[in-house]
Unconditional design. Structure first.
Length: 112
């Protein structure tokens, strides 16, 4: 369907911002981010591993998040936790300002 294509494109543009936003309060591992994204968005953002991890790796390459492996405790396997960096917090503030400006402009046009 045509609208699925548009929906995918629109969502793609905000995923970096949303991932950074979810990491703002505490470090999280991948599955945790996927679950939180699903719950907080009311099932609007249903990410797969294949979508999330390239975003996390890109944010890590850009020094906006830092990944750290946890220790294996008991039966729990080691997990890689992602934490927003100071640079990431600054970038998030800038991205949110851009997003608000874009959203405002879109809403103005859509009012007609």
């Amino acid at each position: 369907m045509m609208n699925e294509k548009y929906e995918r494109q629109m969502k793609k543009g905000v995923l970096d911002m949303l991932v950074l936003r979810l990491l703002k309060s505490e470090a999280k591992y991948g599955y945790q981010i996927i679950q939180e994204m699903k719950e907080k968005s009311g099932d609007t953002f249903l990410l797969k591993d294949g979508t999330l991890y390239p975003i996390l790796y890109r944010l890590e390459d850009d020094k906006l998040v830092a990944g750290k492996w946890s220790e294996a405790v008991g039966k729990q396997v080691p997990r890689k936790y992602y934490e927003i960096t100071e640079e990431g917090k600054k970038a998030l503030t800038e991205i949110e300002e851009v997003w608000k400006r874009i959203l405002d402009g879109v809403l103005r046009i859509m009012e007609d």
